[in-house]
Design a protein around this ligand. Structure first.
Ligand SMILES: [Zn+2]
Length: 131
């Protein structure tokens, strides 16, 4: 997918994750999740920090992103708004990646998001065991 968005959607980057990277608010937690995956693929550290909830945001630097990591694909498994709180959502996803010349690995995570002042932010995540 040479000109597809890094998040693996059917859209071009300029019509998918780039507007979010340029500052547009994500319409849903899933859209934010996709844009954060793309940001990892493109090493957009400032965006990763901006989209991280203040309470859990790490002191992330470019050095914390391994340039040998290649992000191979993203699959959204589930996206749900919390029953009692429309400002909270969870997104379950599987991201595939490869480090250097190693074999492809999977990150299966259920992430929690919160909307703060109209902007979805990543709160934290739980790694799920491979099936
Ligand atoms: Zn995208």
């Amino acid at each position: 997918m040479p000109q597809g968005c890094p998040c693996g959607s059917k859209y071009r980057y300029t019509e998918c994750c780039k507007p979010l990277h340029d500052g547009a608010p994500a319409a849903t937690a899933e859209a934010l999740m996709r844009s954060r995956y793309s940001a990892y693929a493109l090493c957009l550290v400032p965006y990763l920090l901006d989209s991280w909830h203040r309470s859990t945001r790490p002191a992330l630097g470019l050095d914390d992103l391994d340039p040998a990591t290649r992000w191979l694909g993203l699959r959204i498994v589930d996206h749900a708004i919390d029953a009692g709180d429309p400002e909270a959502a969870t997104v379950e996803f599987i991201a595939r990646f490869r480090v250097g010349g190693g074999s492809a690995r999977r990150l299966h995570e259920r992430s929690r998001f919160r909307r703060v002042d109209g902007r979805w932010q990543y709160l934290d995540g739980e790694i799920l065991k491979p099936a």
